[in-house]
Design a protein around this ligand. Structure first.
Ligand SMILES: [Zn+2]
Length: 254
């Protein structure tokens, strides 16, 4: 873990959520994505730092000092802010613009692609997968002798995180898109509570699998090689319902 200073722009805000620590005290965490001319990183705000999310709008220039850099389980870098970190909105210095995502067809994707945009039709939707995470730090929990444990926090009632896989087709190729937590919620138009309910009653998810078929989406994210299946997959970090007229206008301009 190292300390980080960062000048960037806000690109996407997620919800703040409250949680209870093992000792019963209340905690709070919120996160958002920022980008600069090199790429996108997730900023995780703990405690009172989470209040700053209320002041953010897309494109807000900001400066971060004293954040801690961690790599999350999906291989993405995250910057965690605690009480001693500083987040300054609209700093006096010049802040670079966000690197825009490069549009690629699914066939053009290569395993090192980051910050790319793909557009296609959902042709298959799979059941959500759930996994136990630490309610305090969000790390995936390990089961040890029937107890869910986090390396840093103990005696836990696990929280649940989830992912949804879909197959996307754009006429050039058909690939699997992996949507974690917030992205799964955006794709399905569901809240965290609704997602968690599918874990207990998986049969209630069935109608969604057909409702989404034929819907067009635009995803921004990165390509990743699935070595087990020897194929490229796409990990989405932004989900947008495709605007068909907008897309046709783009094609006509080319
Ligand atoms: Zn933990």
């Amino acid at each position: 873990m190292r300390s980080s200073d960062e000048n960037a722009r806000e690109t996407q805000i997620y919800q703040t959520r409250d949680f209870q620590r093992a000792d019963g005290t209340a905690g709070k965490v919120g996160s958002f994505l920022v980008g600069d001319d090199t790429g996108i990183v997730r900023i995780v705000c703990w405690g009172n730092q989470a209040d700053i999310l209320k002041q953010l709008t897309t494109g807000t220039p900001l400066k971060i000092t004293g954040g801690m850099v961690r790599e999350n389980q999906r291989g993405y870098k995250e910057v965690h802010l605690n009480e001693s970190s500083r987040l300054i909105l609209n700093p006096p210095e010049q802040v670079p613009g966000v690197k825009t995502a490069t549009r690629k067809t699914l066939k053009e994707l290569t395993e090192s692609d980051e910050q790319v945009e793909v557009l296609g039709t959902v042709v298959q939707v799979f059941d959500p997968k759930f996994f136990e995470v630490c309610p305090q730090c969000g790390t995936r929990l390990k089961e040890v002798e029937g107890q869910w444990v986090c390396d840093e926090h103990s005696a836990l009632m696990p929280d649940y995180s989830y992912l949804v896989n879909v197959f996307l087709d754009d006429g050039t190729e058909n690939i699997r898109v992996v949507l974690f937590r917030n992205q799964a919620e955006r794709l399905l138009g569901k809240t965290k509570e609704q997602m968690i309910a599918y874990r207990v009653n998986p049969e209630t998810f069935e109608p969604l699998k057909t409702e989404l078929l034929g819907e067009q989406f635009r995803f921004v994210g990165r390509a990743k090689k699935n070595t087990f299946f020897d194929r490229i997959e796409f990990i989405a970090n932004q989900v947008h319902k495709a605007n068909v007229e907008e897309e046709l206008a783009k094609v006509n301009k080319q």
